[in-house]
Design a protein around this ligand. Sequence first.
Ligand SMILES: Cc1cc2nc3c(=O)[nH]c(=O)nc-3n(C[C@H](O)[C@H](O)[C@H](O)COP(=O)(O)OP(=O)(O)OC[C@H]3O[C@@H](n4cnc5c(N)ncnc54)[C@H](O)[C@@H]3O)c2cc1C
Length: 488
Amino acid sequence: MRAPDAMSSQVNERQDGAMSMTEDGHMHDVVIIGGGIGGLSAAWRLRDRDVLLLEAGDRPGGRLRSEERGPYWLNFGAHLFGEASSPAGALADELGLEARPIPGDRMGIAMKGRLVAGGRSETFPLRLPLDLASRLSFVRMGLKLRGGVMQLLKVQAPVAGEGPAERRMRQLAFANAQTLEAYVGGLTPQVAGMLRTITERTAADPSEMAAGYGLTSFAQVWSKHSFGRNLYGGSSRLPQAIAAALGHRLRLGADVTHVEQKGDAVEIRYRHGGTEHRVMARHAIVATPAPVSARIMRGLPADTQDALGKVRYGPFLSVAVLTGERGPMPWDGNYAIATPGLSFGVFFNQASTLRVGPRQPGGSLMLFRGARGAAELMQRPDAEIEALFRSDLERLFPQAVGIVKEMQVQRWPLGAPYSFPGRAALQPALTRDLSRVHLAGDYLEFPCMDAAISTATEAAARINTLLDAQRPYGSTTGLRNTREPKDA
Ligand SMILES: Cc1cc2nc3c(=O)[nH]c(=O)nc-3n(C[C@H](O)[C@H](O)[C@H](O)COP(=O)(O)OP(=O)(O)OC[C@H]3O[C@@H](n4cnc5c(N)ncnc54)[C@H](O)[C@@H]3O)c2cc1C
C-alpha cells in the first residue's frame, strides 16, 4: 500500500477561487473525517484497508484528553471506561492498555461543609443537611427517578432479532415527550439545585433535557455494579495507541471543508498547512460532531441535513489540577463528589485507582462544570476561573490550601449532545442509508465513548462488507489490503 503522504503523484493547479488544490491521484478505500474516539476506532477496524483519517486538531482523541505528570496524569475529558464487555473497555483491552477498576462505592455529595459519601443512595436524604420539606422532596424525587429507571431498564432489554439502529430508536423514544423537570414534578429549591448539579454532567439543565435522557443517566449509575474503570496513565493512551498503529494514515491538522458523494466515489476536500487538498475514496465515515457534519457535507437528503442541524449540544468546562500533598487527603476514598452551590459541580479524584499500598505524595483532580453553569463560566478568562475554582476547592476541603501545583482550564463548547423533547423524531433521518457516506458519533445515541465507538464500528463493518462485495469475481487479491501498515 502506498502511503497517503507519499501519494502526491499528481499535483494539480486548479483555479478554485484563489487557492491551488493538491490531489493525491489515488482512490482510497475509506477516508474517515474526525480523529475522536469514534473516527479512531473506525480506522482501527479498517486498518487492513487503504484508510486515511483526517483530524483537524493537533492531537488525536477529540473529547478524550489527558497529559502525564510523573506517576499521575491530568485529565480534561472522558475518563470513565466500562467493563471489558463494553465497547470502550473492549477496545482498551484489545490494544493492551491497563484499565483499573475504581474501587468500592466512591460517590458522594458535599453540602454546607458536610461530605456524605458511600452507602446506599436512598439513605442520602437522611444524611444530608436538609430541612424537613427538602428531605421529603428528595425522597419523592428519588422514588420518581427509581420508578422511571425501572421502566427504562425494561425498554433497554435486548429484543431478539433487533439491530442496533432499532434498539437506539426504541431507547431514544422512551419518555421523549416531556422534560426531566416536568417528569419529576415540583421540588424545593434546594433539591432542584441538587438535581441540576447531578445532571449537569449530561450537558443540559433538567428544564432542557428529555425525561428519558435524564433517566438514562441515572440508570447508567444505578444499574452497574461498579463505578467503572480508568485507563492507567490517562485516557489519551487509547487514542495515542491507535494513532501509533495508524502511523502516516492519520493526518493531523487536516481541516475538512467538503464531503460529497460523486457517482461511485466520495470527494473530500481539506485544508492542511495552508494548502487545499482533494482526496477521493470509495467510502467516507464522517465522525465529526453533528454541527460540523452539517456544515461540511454536501448533497445530503434534506431531512438528514435538517436533523444534523437540530442536534443540540451543551457545554462542559473542566479544570485539571495537579496537587503536591505529602500525606493522605480526605478525598482519597472518593472518586466523584457532587458539589451543589460551588463554582464547579463535580469534584473528581483522578488518582483514585492509584491509592493502593502506601500513600504516595501528590495527586490529580478534575473540577468539572456542565450545562448552563459551564456556559456562563466559559465567558471568563482562565485566570479568573482558576482563582474561583481554587477558592471553592479550599472552601470544600481546607486541607487543599497550598497543595495546588498546576491548574489548566479546558473549554468544551460542544461538551455532549443531549436529547430534548422531540429529539427521537430526528433519528430516522440520522440513521438512514446514505450510500457511500456513513455517519458516526456519540450524538446518535446516549452520548459517551461507547456510543461513538459502536456507531463507528458499525459503519466500519458495513464498509468492509460493501468493499468485499465489490471484489471482482474470482479475484484472489481483491480490494482488501492484507498487509499490516509498516508502522503498526
Ligand atoms: C469533560 C468530559 C467528560 C466526559 N466523560 C466521559 C466519561 O467519563 N465516559 C464516557 O464514556 N464519555 C465521556 N465523555 C463523552 C465522550 O468524551 C464522548 O462521547 C466521545 O469522546 C465522543 O467521541 P466522538 O469521536 O464521537 O467525538 P469527538 O471526540 O468530538 O471527535 C470528533 C473529532 O472531529 C474533529 N473535527 C471537528 N471538525 C473537523 C473537521 N472539519 N475536519 C476534521 N476533523 C474535525 C475534532 O477535532 C475531534 O477530534 C466526556 C466528555 C467530556 C467533554
